[in-house]
Design a protein around this ligand. Structure first.
Ligand SMILES: Nc1nc2c(c(=O)[nH]1)N[C@@H](CN(C=O)c1ccc(C(=O)N[C@@H](CCC(=O)O)C(=O)O)cc1)CN2
Length: 285
């Protein structure tokens, strides 16, 4: 079994991004990211601080807006509107989840697609569907980056995605379909889940259910990608029973230290891409 180490792959990608950003800055362009956090969800706070820290490490411009839980939808939409107009901002990200009184859909649709570095806007989601992607959501993009880094053969392989969220399940399936994989989606209503997962050459667990994927559900030698981020007895654990599944998997991501770190790195990647597109750097895209 080989470990797919997200920290290591992420570190390599960040070095490449650092060089690219340095080149852009030498041409007078500093990629800029605006992150908005509403409320004080501790995990969300730690993710946004990590995003801001990574921007700084890579030499990017970053703006963090922290708003109270009581913020109204109209106030949040107004903040987004201002960043839409701000030329120093190439990417806008509103940290999810949002408090229940704010419509996630309205917020996502308020970000102009050209600055939607999360890739959640329906226009960008549609472009991924038609095979003309603009911005691809960061976690799916990170998964693809890991598979490519490890030279995993995707073409013609059977991919099974467990989970159908707009953030991970659906887009990762589309992304791997575009790489010529044969993709199936499973979810909480799927009958006999194991009958599907056992056939996977590449199994992606993104259901949000701790240790849902057990050893008997995994084909010998399969590549297992765990997107789960569950807290059990105060400890972080994925959707895969790592300790047992690692004995049958060919490659496997740990939690923590697998897909998670790639998410933030690919956000930086998308922000750099946005800066290059928006500022039309000759020969840079
Ligand atoms: N607007 C968005 N909101 C959310 C996204 C997103 O892509 N855009 N994804 C997740 C949260 N997330 C980034 O925002 C994220 C989650 C996890 C990690 C990470 O590195 N996890 C570590 C473990 C961290 C821990 O100990 O708690 C790991 O897996 O090693 C990074 C980013 C939902 N919201």
């Amino acid at each position: 079994m080989e470990l797919l180490n997200g920290k290591e792959i992420s570190g390599q990608k960040r070095e490449e991004l650092f060089e690219e950003i340095t080149r852009l800055k030498n041409n007078g362009i500093t990629p800029g990211l605006a992150v908005i956090l509403v409320g004080d969800h501790p995990a969300s706070r730690s993710y946004v601080l990590s995003k801001q820290r990574t921007c700084k490490e890579l030499g990017m411009h970053s703006v963090l807006t922290e708003l109270p839980e009581s913020t109204t939808e109209a106030e949040l939409l107004a903040r987004i509107g201002a960043f839409n107009q701000d030329p120093s901002v190439d990417g806008i990200l509103v940290q999810l989840p949002l408090p229940p009184h704010i419509s996630e859909r309205k917020v996502i649709e308020a970000i102009i697609p050209e600055k939607d570095v999360d890739g959640f806007h329906p226009l960008n989601a549609g472009k991924l569907f038609t095979g003309d992607p603009a911005f691809v959501p960061c976690t799916p993009l990170g998964i693809l980056e890991m598979l490519k880094y490890k030279n995993v053969d995707i073409k013609g392989k059977r991919v099974v995605v467990v989970g159908r969220s707009n953030i991970v399940g659906k887009p990762v399936g589309q992304l791997l379909l575009a790489e010529d994989a044969t993709v199936s989606f499973c979810h909480s209503k799927t009958n006999n889940l194991a009958e599907h997962t056992i056939q996977a050459d590449i199994l992606i667990a993104a259901a949000g259910s701790a240790k849902l994927v057990t050893k008997d559900m995994v084909k010998q030698g399969a590549v297992v990608i765990d997107v789960g981020m569950n807290k059990v007895d105060g400890k972080l654990c994925g959707d895969v029973d790592f300790e047992k599944v690692k004995d049958v998997a060919g490659m496997i991501t740990p939690v923590p230290g697998g897909v998670g770190p790639m998410t933030i790195t690919m956000l930086m990647n998308n922000t750099v891409l946005s800066a290059k597109r928006r500022k039309a750097v000759k020969g840079a895209v």
